[in-house]
Design a protein around this ligand. Structure first.
Ligand code: HDD
Length: 674
């Protein structure tokens, strides 16, 4: 038998080095996890090998259908804390009483598959499941406050058009292709969200630095049954921050999991991401006076018209224990509302109320998906629904129908509906709807497709407008259908003539006739809240600085920088050409992975680095991506090789000056370099 033990795989150790004994799924202890059971040392594997069969069978079934949209996601546990209760508006305890409610949050990209990269230009999902005492409330939103389409009946078309083309199987995770632009150019209602998606909102720096929105108008309902219309907002405490396009493209290569890792590490380090929850509330009388319909998900309510009132904060403080069990199996349902929160007749929302339950059954394979721990309510749950695949609960007694009189025989009759529970708001007419006919139409104001696209574009800084025109030019440059490009340009002319001209010039296209709007657009007052740059926070908290060191740099300067950066809540990574001399290797840690960089080198290091491509790229990319660069004169040769020109973002290694610069991007630099 000696030769058998000699040929045992991977070191020949079959015993566990620690922990519980290895068993089958049925609890039978396993003695050898390296070798299948064979008829003789070189013989065929035996059918009898239940250990092998179970292991491979289970593996064969590991994957479940990925989400048709939002397949790529990252999740975290945390809590919501109501800090400014609003009992006058809602009876939902989560918002009506001070205190904490546990949550699970999942962020996602929309178009790409589960294994796609984190940084394509795309919308980001922002879904929060509140495990309240009155049941789960799921606020399933995005990082953009409006949607591409007005009616759920167009959702399958929208998604088919944006996902990889059905014959080619590409592009993965991107909207820069024929079918997407063909569809949206035929759906002018999408133009408002197109402006958002083509803006820097489409390329966030971090999941921790983006806003979230419930998008639809919902209702809050108080104890007296009075309903108030509401829009939900998440505001990141770290401020809004986006990448620049060239940086996002390079990040995709440098770290496919950039956002997922960033979220994970921040939580792991105790730097918990936080958002304020804000509400915009209004009544029907106010809604009737607006130039847009509050039931139209392609429209927002400017914050200047209704300021956002902060009612609480979201803190993500615990990473999932298991990606599949939690982040993959979490099932969000816009139908999950609690007493005190209700829907409106937004036709997009109404379609969603159907779709998600159906999706979860298909994705998770059973109507009992609510029993999966991440989906299960944390409050008591009783009803007469029974059985089904993968039933985990073991109900007692025979009361599985209602009404029953089993209590008269001394048996448990089961739960009863109560008037205090969720009751749908009765009014169908409070927003002026007159439901006297069955119609397949859109309401009149839904016909204004351009006013808010224009509002968004004109509320941006010049730099942000340039980013939008660059993005549209790039996307259209990937479109092979000339008539589609022309049609998009026709829409852009209605939104803003300068924008249309810039894009046409960038593509060397003639400008077509302007599109003919269904309703003439109006000029709304620009809103600063729509611009990232106008509301940017210049802080280092939550940001990462890469410090490049050589053999001769002054390590006292490194330590002084580290102390100053960490005092501001930032973090530091030391990078050297050779991994053993620092925390990261230069070639594997390009500057796209950092918010600012510093060079602590002596003249000899700098001269060598000036001839080392990864070092030159490290500095030139940091400069091109508008980041702060801290460097002394000793680094002059490397700065010169990288084409760095002096400006407010290029500081000495003085900790105070560098820290002030490192919390911001230097957008003025852009005009010089691009
Ligand atoms: Fe949706 C997933 C957000 C319109 C149908 N959606 C999904 C997720 C987010 C959103 C964040 C991922 C949840 C997670 O992390 O598991 N969806 C939105 C927003 C919309 C929207 C903000 C418009 C305001 N969605 C929308 C419509 C439909 C769907 C109109 C269908 C009629 N969405 C789905 C879905 C998904 C989904 C197919 C895929 C996976 C899932 O539900 O759980 O049912």
């Amino acid at each position: 038998m000696a030769h058998i033990s000699e040929t045992r795989g991977n070191g020949g150790e079959t015993h566990q080095t620690g922990g519980e004994p290895l068993t089958t799924n049925h609890g039978v202890p396993i003695s050898d996890n390296q070798n299948s059971l064979k008829a003789g040392a070189r013989g065929p594997t035996l059918l009898e090998d239940f250990v092998l069969r179970e292991k491979i069978f289970h593996f064969d079934h590991e994957r479940i259908p990925e989400r048709i949209v939002h397949a790529r996601g990252s999740g975290a546990h945390g809590y919501f804390e109501c800090t400014d209760p609003i009992p006058e508006l809602t009876r939902a305890g989560v918002l009506a009483k001070p205190g904490r409610t546990p949550v699970f949050t999942r962020f996602s990209t929309v178009a790409g598959g589960a294994g796609s990269v984190d940084t394509p230009r795309d919308v980001r999902g922002f879904a929060v499941k509140f495990y309240t005492d009155e049941g789960n409330w799921d606020l399933v939103g995005n990082d953009i406050p409006v949607f591409f389409i007005q009616d759920a009946i167009k959702f399958p078309d929208l998604i088919h058009s944006v996902k990889m083309e059905s014959d080619k199987g590409y592009p993965q995770a991107g909207s820069a292709h024929d079918t997407f632009w063909d569809f949206v150019s035929l759906m002018p209602e999408s133009m408002h969200m197109i402006m958002w998606a083509m803006s820097d909102r489409g390329i966030p720096r971090s999941l921790r630095m983006m806003e979230g929105f419930g998008v639809h108008t919902f209702r809050l309902v108080n104890d007296e049954g009075k309903s108030t219309f509401v829009k939900f907002h998440w505001k990141p405490r770290l401020g809004l921050q986006s990448q620049v396009w060239n940086e996002a493209v390079k990040t995709a290569g440098a770290n496919q999991d950039y956002h997922r890792q960033d979220l994970w590490e921040a939580i792991e380090q105790g730097d918990f991401p936080e958002w304020d929850l804000g509400i915009q509330t209004f009544d029907a009388e106010w809604a009737a006076k607006q130039p847009y319909d509050v039931l139209d998900a392609t429209k927002l309510i400017p914050e200047e018209d209704i300021p956002v009132r902060i009612v609480g904060k979201l803190v993500l403080d615990r990473n999932p224990d298991n990606f599949f069990a939690e982040t993959e199996q979490v099932a969000f349902l816009p139908t999950n509302v609690v007493p005190g929160i209700d829907f409106t007749d937004d036709p997009l929302l109404q379609g969603r109320l159907f779709s998600y339950l159906d999706t979860q059954k298909s994705r998770l394979g059973t109507t009992n998906f609510h029993q999966i721990p991440v989906n299960a309510p944390r409050c008591p749950m009783h009803n007469f629904q029974r059985d089904g695949m993968m039933q985990m609960a073991v109900p007692k007694g025979r009361a599985n129908y209602e009404p029953n009189s089993l209590h008269e025989a001394g048996e448990d009759p089961g739960p009863r509906a109560s008037e205090q529970s969720f009751a749908t708001v009765k009014s169908m007419t409070d927003l002026g709807n007159q439901p006297d006919e069955k119609l397949r139409v859109r309401a009149e104001l839904f016909g204004d497709h351009y006013s808010q696209a224009r509002l968004f574009y004109r509320s941006q800084t010049e730099t942000e407008q340039t980013h939008i025109s660059d993005a549209i030019t790039f996307e259209l440059s990937k479109v092979g259908l000339g008539h589609v490009i022309q049609r998009v340009l026709g829409h852009l002319r209605v939104i803003d003539e300068d924008l249309a001209e810039t894009v046409a010039e960038g593509l060397a296209e003639d400008l077509p006739e302007a599109a003919t709007p269904m309703r003439a657009p109006i000029d709304m007052a620009p809103s600063d809240a729509l611009s990232i740059m106008k509301s940017a926070k210049h802080i280092l908290k939550g940001r990462k600085v890469g410090i490049l060191i050589g053999d001769g740099g002054d390590m006292a300067k490194v330590e002084a920088l580290r102390t100053a950066i960490e005092a501001e809540g930032g973090s530091v990574m030391l990078i050297a050409k050779e991994r053993g001399k620092a925390e990261a290797q230069l070639a594997g840690s390009p500057s796209v992975l950092f918010d600012a960089v510093a060079l602590v080198l002596d003249a000899e290091d700098a001269a060598k680095m000036a001839k080392f491509k990864p070092a030159v790229d490290f500095v030139s990319d940091a400069f091109a991506h508008l980041k702060a660069i801290g460097a002394d004169d000793a680094s002059a040769k490397l700065l010169a090789a990288a084409g760095v020109m002096p400006d407010a973002g290029v500081t000495k290694l003085d900790p105070e000056a560098f820290v002030t610069a490192a919390g911001q991007r230097f957008y003025d630099r852009e005009a010089k370099i691009w």
